[in-house]
Design a protein around this ligand. Sequence first.
Ligand SMILES: [Zn+2]
Ligand SMILES: [Zn+2]
Length: 299
Amino acid sequence: MEYYYPPSMDRVTKEVEFHLEKNKNLAQIFEVYKGILAVQLDCLDKIKASVILSEKELKEYFRNKKFLMSDQKLEIESKLFREILGSICKAIKKASPEAPESLLKLSEAEELDEENIQELLQKIALYNKQELEYFIEEKEIDKKTELNSEIIAFVIFMSLSPFYSANMKEVREKVDFSSWRQSYCPVCGQTAVIAKHRSEDGARVLECWLCHAEWVYPRMECPYCNNSDQKKLRFFYVTGDKARQVHVCEKCKRYLKTIDSKIMEKDVLLDIEAIATSYLDELAKREGYKPPKGAVVLN
Ligand SMILES: [Zn+2]
Ligand SMILES: [Zn+2]
């Protein structure tokens, strides 16, 4: 299997330009995306993987449907984490000048200082988006920093992402994820929120938005409730763009945006597609479908 992460900035720029030709309104959000990605790619090589398991051990996890971080501790170097967080806040502010000024002070928050950060990171390591936002509100980090919980959670996830990715890359070198058949990520446990049909064989590939692991999931089954009744699975798309689809399940009423690389005749970067297809989210919601739980996307 060919992997797409980490992508080159050249490729990212090309794909972004392709979308901007069709929709100029995406210019700012893609500037934010590229700014964050540049920070993440820049630090990826500085991070050493902390989850060191043998091929046999890794396979054992997957056989037991257990994602790695469920009981492996992710080591996060406090200083580096705070640097990344500070750089990401700066990148967002630069690309989006109307973002609140207080964003530039987020890295100075008490909860993120040298004394408290490890405790915080270990606590939130397995949180999904809703859980992290709730935690931020409960601890009043939003009030103290004058930012809303959604942006704080987003910045924290984007800053954690390279640590997860470094471990995912280490794992991927030893074992592929071909025995993994869950809707959540084999490495960090987050729920996949976008998929593609691979160009070479049409297989459905899910990608984790946090660590960027990619794995195959059967096309004839709903990843969220395992429904495989074909009468209750269908997909739709906007006329003229058959490759960008919304797959829905009538049993659990959830949807999964899916890019058909075969129709498109090329493989795309799913992070970029996730942003460019926000109109499909609107459409799916209007039709009464819910997004996958825990989705973190720029919008
Ligand atoms: Zn993951
Ligand atoms: Zn379902």
